[in-house]
Design a protein around this ligand. Structure first.
Ligand code: PEP
Ligand code: MG
Length: 906
């Protein structure tokens, strides 16, 4: 625990500085820094974030006692610089009390303005300013804010109106006026006493008259607000630890509501939505901070250019604009000049886009806050690259400025912002695959295909999806499921396709029979429109318009920059030539996982597959497989061609066979007819394939080891496709991967089948083609015995979906039932299927890499689980020496950026 708990600033001096944000919070550190670089800031002091932790450990009265001397000394410091006195009725000083955490948490915690007023002080303030109305307006605002934030007078039910607003409305109604600023001084006085009365009646407490008591109340309530629901939720969403705490900054008040030479506003050094280098913002003459955000009055633009653009959007003609809503540039040219110069100075100082708050008090400009501004994905890229071109930052800094996950916004269609504002949110699910989608509801994959073929845009709504739904998912604009986590089938496949998906939306009740879905009381039928926001998990009623995302030149330049610094390369998980092409355009240099099971579902293929499954004899299975061979060859030909010149890692059949047979009577009858057998025979086979835990059952290499003829066929298909390409002048690099091994023998036997098949084929074709055989490490035992496995395996690919499942013992399909509770109780901090568990699963990866490379020093290691596109996991992969990560096409740029950042961070 540091000794110094309070840091003062003012008049060009400060005890803190910008790099002390951990201790002083972003706001406190920047207030200090602004003083040091000559930006006018009202004097004040900051109580450290450490005190916030102390507050929650020791409690209110202890912390007040510990702080007393420091705070009193610091209040004197402000008094000296402001030449006024806190609580003095002749020459009063008022202060604001604000929160400020290490990371910016806009609007999450509390702020109190005009603190220090009471019935005596307000008289002094009126005299001092010669403006009685202003004094009482400040007083009623203070009582209102303090009564709400510190004393807790809030609406009882969420439907109730704010108790203070209710009183204001009553007073206005008595006089038949509408606007706050039409109230007389007498009415403002009346408000103050009515507010205090309501506080006493409803909370049982008197409003504190002593300014020092007021100050302690406010300081403690800022600390308390660190633990309010809003702040807790925000921290959860942004991954901010609760131990960081908030600082409290107390500053002399300056007033933007002292007449027409006073104003208050917010401004940005660049456009936070587009990233354009345009100074912009809003202000209000004769107003206090909250008026700008409260939306009671229409804020005006700061620059003339912005004002003209705004008027055009609002359809306001030039005469009205320039007379009623002039820009600050026009109305207060001198102040605007200062503001413009200072915003440039601040941006140059911090080398980043600044979001600033200011107040003008009787012609004098004060800055109340500056911080690096929040921005959209496209703005993030443009600002980073522009700052680089302008020479403000270097390449490594530009890369560090971009948040990998935010690149997503540049890749998927997005909702039109105005349309979204008006949309009704029906429910929320998991944001399984980002993007925006809008279409008519269908419940079945074949309907999705049909409707799509007829020119409809559809959203497929399912309880859950299975590989059988793939074609329907592909035809749909988006997918909504009631069940399933972030690595459920729907989520994984949708991300792979770059298709919007909301999964695990527990509040939806799908009734397949009547083809309807009930969402929170609203019943929607097949053909009704809904819209999905795959980035937030929100489900909207009706059609919300979308627009395609724009990929700008800056984005491409940023990606080039990644390649300059990265060590890890990025491959993609792709099962179709189209996905491979999309990923290649995003910079993928190979396929890290081609899941072959998705290739068995189209008409003829599924027939042959089912014939193989139904067959009791080796001969029968071989016959069916020989029908599949040409289809498989064609599929692999397409993929190898699309990734020409780069490695393509093809996984042998992995899912349990029951996924390929129909489970409903109608489907079974159709299958029986097609195969020329009885329905009972089909049902017997379907029953015999059923397993209690199919994920731990007859799947992966267990299939290949029981039916080596499947491995043979797939090897033939892969290598003969490659041979054909070679003959046509292409440069294929096939890799054949054995899934789900746990015992070295499982791999060795499969490898033998593959090598023998290859040798025969090469002999037949009279051509040798280099190819590699490797395995997936998905079972803890495989990781622990990697030194044995690497004897014959030429590469490892970590299947971290299954590895996570088996390390934790959590079913990847059923985790959604307890994950929310686990996150809530902090048993887990994140979903381990999304963010790699570096301590446990990561340790197994480390062991496997080390052991594997002991046996085979040049062993290639990669990752192909969903974590391969998650930034913190990618950085981990870089640290433990993997050669590549592989992820869905739409995550390739994200992984490239994370890989470059990982290399730079070291
Ligand atoms: C894995 O388990 O991580 C993997 C990539 O395989 P699948 O998700 O297909 O089981
Ligand atoms: Mg797997």
């Amino acid at each position: 625990m540091r000794e110094k708990r309070v840091y003062t600033f003012g008049n060009g001096k400060a005890e803190g500085k910008a790099d002390m944000r951990n201790l002083l919070g972003g706001k406190g550190a920047n207030l200090a820094e602004m003083n040091l670089i000559g930006v006018p800031v009202p004097p004040g002091f900051t109580i450290t974030t450490d005190v916030c932790n102390e507050y929650f450990e020791k409690g209110k009265s202890d912390v007040v006692a510990i702080l007393k001397e420091d705070v009193e000394r610091s209040v004197k410091h402000i008094e000296t610089l402001m030449n006024s006195k806190f609580g003095d009725s002749a020459n009063p000083l008022l202060v604001s009390v604000r929160s400020g955490a290490r990371a910016s948490m806009p609007g999450m915690m509390d702020t109190i303005l005009n603190l220090g007023l009471n019935d005596d002080v307000v008289v002094g303030l009126a005299k001092k300013t010669g403006n009685e109305r202003f004094a009482y307006d400040s007083y009623r605002r203070f009582v209102q804010m303090y009564g709400d934030v510190v004393m807790g007078l809030k609406p009882v039910n969420k439907e109730d109106i704010d108790p203070f607003e209710e009183i204001i409305q009553q007073v206005k109604a008595q006089r038949g006026i509408k606007l706050d600023n039409e109230m007389t001084t007498e009415e403002l006085k009346q408000l103050v006493s009515l507010f205090k009365k309501a506080i006493k009646e409803r909370t049982g407490q008197d409003f504190p008259n002593n300014p020092m008591d007021q100050l302690w109340g406010a300081i403690c309530s800022v600390f308390d607000s660190w633990m309010n629901d809003r702040a807790i939720l925000y921290r959860k969403m942004e991954g901010i630890p609760s131990e960081w705490g908030t600082a409290v900054s107390v500053m002399a008040m300056v007033f933007g509501n002292m007449g027409n030479t006073s104003a208050t506003g917010v401004c940005f050094s660049r456009d936070a939505a587009t990233g354009e280098n345009i100074f912009n913002g809003e202000y209000l003459v004769n107003a206090q901070g909250e008026d700008v955000v409260a939306g009671i009055r229409t804020p005006q633009q700061i620059t003339k250019e912005g004002s003209l653009r705004w008027a055009k959007q609002q359809d306001i003609n030039e005469d009205i604009r320039s007379s009623k809503y002039p820009s600050m540039e026009e109305a207060m040219p001198e102040i605007f000049g200062q503001l413009n110069a200072l915003q440039e100075k601040l941006e140059k100082h911090y080398h980043d886009m600044q979001d600033m708050e200011f107040t003008v008090q009787e012609g004098k400009l004060w800055f109340l806050q500056t911080r690096n501004g929040k921005r959209t994905g496209p703005a993030m890229v443009k600002i980073a690259m522009d700052l680089l071109y302008e020479g403000q930052i270097d390449e490594k800094t530009a890369l560090g400025r971009c948040e990998p996950n935010k690149l997503d916004e540049l890749l998927h269609p997005v909702f039109d912002k105005t349309a979204l504002k008006q949309a009704k949110v029906l429910t929320r699910g998991l944001p399984a695959s980002p993007g925006a989608a809008c279409g008519q509801i269908v419940f079945f994959a074949d309907d999705a295909e049909k409707w799509h073929a007829d020119g409809h845009q559809v959203i497929m709504v399912r309880i859950e999806t299975s590989p059988e739904d793939l074609a329907g998912m592909s035809a749909a604009e988006g997918i909504l499921t009631a069940r399933g986590g972030m690595t459920s089938h729907a989520a994984v496949v949708a991300r792979g396709m770059g298709k919007c998906c909301v999964s695990g939306a527990g509040a939806i009740n799908v009734d397949y029979k009547v083809r309807s879905v009930e969402i929170d009381g609203v019943i929607l039928k097949e053909g009704d429109y809904i819209s999905l926001n795959g980035s937030t998990g929100e489900v909207y009623l009706g059609q919300v318009n979308t627009k395609p995302a724009e990929v700008t030149g800056d984005f491409a330049e940023l990606m080039k920059l990644c390649d300059k610094y990265t060590r890890l390369v990025v491959r993609t998980n792709a099962d179709t030539p189209h996905d491979a092409e999309v990923a290649r355009n995003f910079g993928a240099v190979g396929i890290g996982l081609c899941r072959t099971e998705h290739m068995f579902f189209e008409n003829e293929k599924i027939k042959a597959m089912r014939e193989m499954i139904l067959s009791d004899t080796l001969e029968g299975r071989k016959k069916a497989l020989s029908k599949l061979l040409p289809y498989q060859k064609q599929d692999f030909y397409g993929i190898l061609k699309a990734m020409d010149g780069f490695p393509v890692n093809i996984r042998l059949l992995d899912p349990p066979l029951h996924e390929f047979v129909p489970h409903d009577l109608k489907g079974q009858e159709e299958m029986a007819k097609e195969m020329g057998v009885s329905v009972q025979k089909i049902q017997q086979r379907v029953n015999s394939l059923s397993e209690h835990n199919p994920m731990l059952g007859h799947r992966g290499c267990r299939l290949g080891n029981t039916y080596p003829e499947i491995t043979e066929m797939q090897t033939m298909a892969i290598l003969s496709a490659a041979i054909q390409l070679k003959k046509e002048g292409f440069d294929p690099h096939p890799e054949i991967m054995v899934p789900l091994i746990g015992i070295v023998n499982e791999f060795d036997l499969q490898e033998k089948v593959i090598r023998e098949t290859a040798a025969n084929l090469f002999k037949e074709e009279g051509i040798e083609l280099p190819f590699r055989v490797g395995t997936m490490i998905e079972i803890p035992r495989a990781a622990l015995t990697a030194d044995y496995i690497a004897k014959n395996a030429e590469y490892f690919s970590f299947g971290t979906n299954d590895l996570t499942q088996m390390t934790y013992g959590y079913s990847r399909d059923d985790i959604a039932s307890f994950l929310p509770v686990y996150l809530d109780k902090k048993i887990l901090n994140v979903d381990p299927f999304q963010v790699l568990d570096q301590k446990g699963v990561g340790e197994l990866i480390k062991i496997a890499v080390e052991k594997g490379r002991k046996t085979r020093p040049n062993l290639t290691c990669g990752i192909c689980g969903e974590h391969g596109g998650e930034p913190s996991s990618v950085k981990f992969c870089n640290r433990v020496g993997l050669n590549y990560v592989s992820c869905s096409p739409f995550r390739v740029p994200i992984a490239r950026l994370a890989a470059a950042q990982g290399a730079i961070e070291g």
